[in-house]
Write a protein that binds this ligand. Structure first.
Ligand code: HEM
Length: 219
């Protein structure tokens, strides 16, 4: 076992602020949806709009960070050991079997996580963001007084946005559950808070790394 600096400062900032913004967007969004009353409709709409701009800014920053650091390679999907990983989550972990893949700074995500997180980035988040932007600019005036109107009925846009919101929320429920499946219930959450995690020594035969080594010094 060794103590490894696995999540860099930006990564932790991005992870927790994205989580907070999505929770806040869900809270204000479902108030707009009339699921409950908390802030009042007008305030919920205004806050939802501000939080969505913040989320867009954060996503922009994180895309820049992932491409400039090469960390985007962590999300390259692979079917190698995917079956073993699914068997581990459905049967193995309840029998205390060892993890089929070894986590390291070079390979933070197991094959199932890489696939699910890629789905989050390429499918779930775009559904919510694109429908949200269409919703926002459905009928609005730009600076030159030109009306921007979407051809898609508002009802369909609202449906797509709400379905996207439910998909995101189900992702979060599963994601939070999965974070408890590390060495102890809180190992993974502590690692995302501090950056450090105690990991098994990396062994080239068990880690299915396709990612270039990253510098493991604290940034
Ligand atoms: C960049 C991201 C997002 C944008 C641009 C956006 C935009 C919007 C807009 C414009 C509305 C209509 C209210 C209004 O007039 O302002 C809305 C409603 C809503 N949003 Fe978002 N939103 C985003 C992200 C999210 C997220 C992450 C969630 C939840 C996880 C969410 C959940 C909802 C819900 C449930 C509604 C109510 C839908 C309805 O019943 O009509 N939104 N959003």
């Amino acid at each position: 076992m060794e103590k490894v600096y696995i999540y860099k400062k930006f990564e932790r900032f991005w992870h927790w602020s994205q989580a907070a913004l999505i929770f806040f967007l869900a809270l204000t969004g479902f108030e707009i949806h009339d699921s409950f009353q908390l802030l009042g409709f007008e305030i919920a709409v205004a806050y939802h709009r501000i939080a969505s701009y913040l989320l867009l800014g954060l996503i922009g920053l994180s895309i820049f960070w992932h491409f400039t650091t090469g960390e985007w390679k962590q999300y390259i999907p692979t079917i190698s050991k995917l079956k073993a990983q699914i068997q581990y989550y459905t049967i193995g972990m309840f029998r205390n079997d060892p993890h089929p893949t070894i986590k390291s700074a070079r390979k933070k995500l197991n094959p199932l996580q890489a696939m699910v997180y890629l789905g989050f980035k390429l499918v779930m988040a775009p559904i919510v963001i694109l429908s949200g932007l269409l919703y926002m600019y459905f009928k609005t005036y730009d600076a030159n007084d030109i009306i921007i109107i979407s051809d898609i009925p508002l009802e369909y846009i609202a449906w797509a946005h709400t379905i996207g919101a439910f998909l995101l929320l189900s992702f979060i429920v599963i994601h939070v559950y999965m974070t408890t499946t590390g060495h102890t219930l809180t190992t993974n959450i502590k690692a995302m808070l501090t950056g450090w995690e105690i990991l098994d020594k990396e062994d080239k035969s068990t880690s299915n790394s396709e990612v270039e080594p990253t510098k493991e010094k604290e940034k």
